[in-house]
Design a protein around this ligand. Structure first.
Ligand SMILES: [Zn+2]
Length: 97
């Protein structure tokens, strides 16, 4: 059990205490992120995992395709890329029809 100083009153507080016994201020646990930071971190991790899973699902889906289907899909992607590049050059976006 470690002891650290209360941020509010400077009293010696056990790290196991949730609040300072002297002033009642919440004790910040050392080595632990605050709730706000933790939520942000969890959100970031969830996003990363979701992105990773989406990428994996896409890879698995492509692996299950026949070579012809894969080629057709690549052609579509290349076409879309070429269109995007052309739009970037002209600086305007063609309305989707
Ligand atoms: Zn205190």
């Amino acid at each position: 059990m470690a002891i650290h100083k209360c941020r509010e009153c400077g009293n010696q507080v056990s790290t196991k205490a949730v609040t300072c016994p002297s002033c009642g201020a919440p004790v910040k646990k050392p080595g632990r992120l605050s709730t706000g930071c933790g939520c942000l971190l969890v959100g970031l991790v969830v996003l990363l995992i979701a992105g990773f899973l989406a990428q994996r699902a896409e890879q698995e889906r492509r692996a299950s395709l026949s070579p012809e289907q894969r080629k057709a899909e690549d052609d579509v992607k290349r076409e879309a890329d070429a269109k995007r590049k052309a739009e970037a050059v002209t600086g305007r976006v063609e309305p989707a029809t």
